[in-house]
Design a protein around this ligand. Sequence first.
Ligand code: MG
Length: 159
Amino acid sequence: MELRTGNGYDVHLLADGLPFFLGGIRIEHTKGCVAHSDGDTLIHALCDALLGALALGDIGKHFPDTSDEFKGIDSKILLKRSYSLVKQEGYRLVNADCTILLQKPKIAPHINSMRSILSDILEVTPDRISVKATTTEGAGFIGREEAIAVYATVLVEKK
Ligand code: MG
């Protein structure tokens, strides 16, 4: 069995009055991500982890934020495309583990919806997709609600 692992990290600034997309869903909140795409930080970290597992570069290389094609794009499309590249290399996802760093709002009520949507796109059962969230206890730019950050790790295996 040939296994490869990848990691991804993404940060977006938060601003008042923007829609807040995370893990493929829209969450009601007073702030949203400043971004060229829909700003789905979790999906961006996941894309980078998938691309990283096969040494295919990063999300900025495949979906440049200078391109009009990706302006306001639903990040689920980027995830689908990133996973296509993984499959083209002859690999499939074994599991993914994501950690969201965010002060507000509470993410727990939304985690199962995110796992369901992400697992559909990645063609696995939801038990293979982990989404966790933590605050930074008020510390730093996350704690001041200036930004959100997400870490993602994936394992892929050769089909
Ligand atoms: Mg991003």
